[in-house]
Design a protein around this ligand. Structure first.
Ligand SMILES: Cc1cc2nc3c(=O)[nH]c(=O)nc-3n(C[C@H](O)[C@H](O)[C@H](O)COP(=O)(O)OP(=O)(O)OC[C@H]3O[C@@H](n4cnc5c(N)ncnc54)[C@H](O)[C@@H]3O)c2cc1C
Length: 355
């Protein structure tokens, strides 16, 4: 069976981002790479959005970018600007196409459906398939979004809505998220932060219909695309192995308080590429311990006091937008962290240290 210098398990966001980074930096000129991906055909299945706090390779896959956003809780709305760090939405369909076209040019890159088709004994492995054990206590961000098209111009496409808590909470944390791509097209997502075993929250189609018709007061529309998913708000388990690095969700690239993963994946890919010649001896890349610690407390509060979360999120965004965006994107300094921490209800958060 054929052997390869590198193997990437999973040709999704992290696997393809890494392969692309290695390819454009000519790290695969004299090295061979096998990508293991079971899907028969690539099609758009996700929209990755984030505040652009660092550069990435996929500006040409950005569907839309915004410099303004809003947060709603019942009776109150906050409008914020994000001119320094625009919010971008990457179309996964364009992303897959761009990368796969590039990778095809290099004969040293091969794609297989199953790892059993190759000899992996002497390869360095980058694994993006998470090992997730069933656990009733784990929190997830689970959601369903639909892209709709309206008959007439309806949306203000200059501003997106990050969170609208003006909806049924069902003793959990629930909000709607609206990304207006144009005046007559928008992605509308119902999002829950909760334990995934609770199927009572998965009547997504009804939630979205009610929101569109009753909150947005929109009747004439049609659904042109749908996406559904769940992001673990905990780190998948893995054992440290000398010839293996986990990447993507499997590699702990999700910011647990927000679910944002895309830009962390891009930074991880750049880090691996920079150190590829000495990768087995290089220090493992991770989201800084400071954020792991703060997110852990935040999630404890979320679990214990879901009813307080709309207010907590709203208060968080009372900080200057630049500060909060840097904090949520792992780019804040000590003083910025403090200014956010001081916005939080102190007793609730201090108590959470001891749960
Ligand atoms: C619907 C959705 C929307 C999201 N939106 C955002 C967002 O807006 N912003 C953000 O920052 N993050 C977002 N995320 C979180 C995160 O960015 C994505 O989940 C991202 O795709 C993670 O990349 P990944 O490579 O770890 O996983 P994936 O992209 O899921 O890739 C894993 C790959 O492994 C393959 N695979 C599965 N089993 C095997 C196997 N046994 N062997 C080999 N390959 C296998 C799969 O087919 C897949 O291609 C979203 C997640 C989902 C699910």
């Amino acid at each position: 069976m054929k052997e390869f210098d590198y193997i990437i398990i999973g040709g999704g966001c992290a696997g393809l981002s890494l392969a692309y980074e290695l390819e454009i930096n000519e790290k695969l000129r004299n090295k061979t790479l096998a990508i293991i991906e079971p899907r028969a055909k690539y099609k758009k299945d996700k929209t990755w959005s984030f505040w652009k706090t660092t550069s990435h390779n996929f500006n040409d896959c950005v569907k839309k970018s915004w410099e303004n956003f809003s947060i709603h809780i019942p009776q109150e709305t906050n409008h914020l600007e994000c001119i320094n760090y625009p919010y971008q939405s990457v179309d996964s369909g364009l992303f897959y196409e761009k990368i796969n076209n590039k990778l095809k040019e290099n004969k040293n890159i091969s794609i297989f459906k199953n790892i059993s088709e190759i000899n992996s004994e002497n390869s360095f492995v980058f694994n993006s398939v998470p090992s997730i054990k069933e656990n009733d206590h784990n929190l997830w961000q689970h959601f369903c979004g639909v892209e709709i098209e309206t008959q007439n111009n309806f949306f203000d496409d200059e501003i997106f809505n990050l969170m609208d808590f003006n909806c049924d909470q069902r003793e959990s944390v629930h909000f709607f998220y609206t990304l207006p791509y144009s005046k007559n097209k928008a992605l509308i997502e119902t999002t829950w932060l909760s334990k995934i075993n609770d199927n009572s929250q998965k009547d997504y189609d009804i939630q979205i219909k009610n929101y569109i018709e009753n909150n947005l007061n929109l009747r004439n529309y049609r659904i042109i695309y749908k996406e559904e998913g769940a992001i673990p708000l905990f780190y998948p388990s893995y054992k440290i192995e000398k010839n293996k690095i986990n990447i993507g969700t499997a590699g702990g690239m999700t910011r647990l308080s927000t679910g944002y993963t895309f830009l962390n994946i891009q930074e991880h890919s750049k880090y691996i590429c920079k150190n590829i010649e000495n990768i087995s001896k290089t220090k493992r890349f991770e989201i800084s311990k400071k954020y792991q610690f703060l997110d852990n407390i935040f999630l404890k509060v979320l679990e214990k006091h879901p009813e307080k979360m709309p207010e907590i999120f709203f208060k968080m965004f009372k900080s200057p937008p630049k500060t909060i965006i840097k904090f949520l994107s792992n780019k804040s300094n000590f003083f910025e962290d403090l200014s956010i921490i001081f916005k939080m209800p102190k007793t609730t958060f201090i108590k959470a240290l001891f749960y």
